[in-house]
Design a binder for this molecule. Sequence first.
Ligand SMILES: [Zn+2]
Length: 345
Amino acid sequence: MQGRPLRTTVIGSYPFPGWLEFACAHLDQFGEDDVREMQEDAVIAAVHDQAAAGLDVITDGEQTRLDFNLSFYGYLEGIRMEPAPGRRFGPPAHDQRGKHAVTGELAAPRGLGVVAEFERLRRVAPAGPALKASVPGPYTLSGRLAPNRQYPDRWAIAEALAPIVRGELEALVAAGCREITVDEPSMSCYAYREDPRRFVDLFNRTVEPAAGRCRLSTHLCFGNYKGRAVGPRRYAPMFPAFLEMRVEEIHLEMASREFAELEIIGDIARKMDVAAGIIDVKSYYLETVEDVAARVRRCLEYAPPERLSFAPDCGLSQTARWAARAKLRSLVEGVGRVRRELGIG
Ligand SMILES: [Zn+2]
């Protein structure tokens, strides 16, 4: 069970500072040491904002996953970066990210880089908040790789990636990481057309080395690239199958869906902790402290405080930093208000 009733937490990503985006576009002008320093400075900024908001759990904001070479795909052998997506103009959407070609055996001999991210976070984080690492699950990670003759469909690619993710989870636990989210938003996006039990089987085999050795959670949203969803925003197709996931906590997106299917958090809470997304990362309406408190009280109609945590709907990477800061402050203050009402310290 979680450390504190009504815990405040986040999904991994946080907006990049403007200078980081600018630097990203000119990385060829930076030396290796410059890049290392820049990555650490960016993490310091993300950690600062989260700690200043007063969150119980913080992440590194995924500030170092800033271009192809520094993201997971840069760690993978057997792929070739797609030069450009098919559609480069027009309204922003996930098809503008394109897919990388698989050219050989998929492998990651250096791991996926998350251990280094966690160690950097531990180095710069203040004492107090719990530290969480985020790793994409194999199904989500497979989404940007194009099937070929060796790996004929997305499932085959995901199965090939599962041991790589498994190795990363094992290494994270060995490095002392106590809390890991395995992000699988692609599972929630496509549960309507796949067998949800097959998702759970893949997920559970993937997390096996970390299960019982750290606090494991998963994040199930409906997509947020450029602030756009890609799946039909219903949790019903996933349940009850997803209750068999080997995790301590399931995170669901509720705010942007106007709390539809909120009763699901009650079903989850009978088995494990549930993190409710109560901050809409896609809207520039800034939730007030009272909005948050009202949403927390609403969740308490379905699940007990010791089972509940609260977070934004998704990572904040697609939300402007000024808004992200304001939203996190309201999240923490609103949850704090309900804690006081309930006499929880
Ligand atoms: Zn998400």
